[in-house]
Every structure is written in C-alpha cells, then in structure tokens.
Write a protein that binds this ligand. Structure first.
Ligand SMILES: [Cu+2]
Length: 117
C-alpha cells in the first residue's frame, strides 16, 4: 500500500468513527458512507476470494505477485486492466458487476463479488 493511500484510509476511518461512533467491520468507510474493500493478489490467488459489499462500494485490487494479473469478468463486462507487480486499481461496484471474476491470464484464479443489502 502506498503511504499516501494508507494515510487517506486512516483519515477515512477516523471520519467514520467520528460520525458513527463505531469502527467499521470490513474495509474502510469513506465520508460518503461507502466502503473501500481491499483484495490482495498473491501467490496466484485473490485474497479474500469473496467480497461482500453494497452497490456503490469500491474494491481495490493490489498485485503483490511478480507476474501480471487482472481482475476481469468477461460476462459482466468489467476489468481492472493489467496490474503489474505493486499496481493497484480501484473500481466502484455496480449491481451488474456482481458474480464471479477471474484473472484473464490465469483463469484458475477465481474471485467473487457478492452484493448484500
Ligand atoms: Cu493472473
């Protein structure tokens, strides 16, 4: 994680604490009430493989492997694009993006976005 984004994440959490008085359970709650979820790509796996989220939340994928990866759902028509070592990409999640995704280079790598209300 970049120093800047970590600092931003901390300030988001502080803002959430000030507003709600409770720590967020998962991810980082932003001032607009949405949550940023983090998925690491490491050892040819998405970690965590399944993310439960609300429409409007964002997911940030970060590639910690040496080889290039993507998070891609051909069926739902979205992709992070190519993530090289150390790259991260954050996408805002719409209802249409729910379901399974893979790495386009390594289709055995499986992830899932589950929309909860
Ligand atoms: Cu891959």
């Amino acid at each position: 994680m970049h120093t800047l984004s970590r600092r931003a994440a901390l300030s988001y959490s502080a803002a959430a604490l000030a507003v709600t008085g409770a720590a967020p359970l998962f991810g980082h709650v932003k001032p607009d009430g949405t949550t940023e979820h983090h998925v690491s790509i490491k050892d040819m796996k998405f970690d965590p493989p399944t993310v439960e989220l609300k429409v409007g939340d964002s997911v940030s994928w970060k590639n910690l492997d040496l080889v290039n990866h993507t998070a891609t759902s051909a069926k739902a028509g979205w992709s992070t694009g190519v993530l090289k070592k150390g790259d991260a990409e954050s996408l805002v999640i719409t209802a249409e993006m729910a379901g399974a995704y893979v790495c386009k280079y390594h289709p055995q790598m499986k992830g899932m976005l589950v929309i909860v209300s």
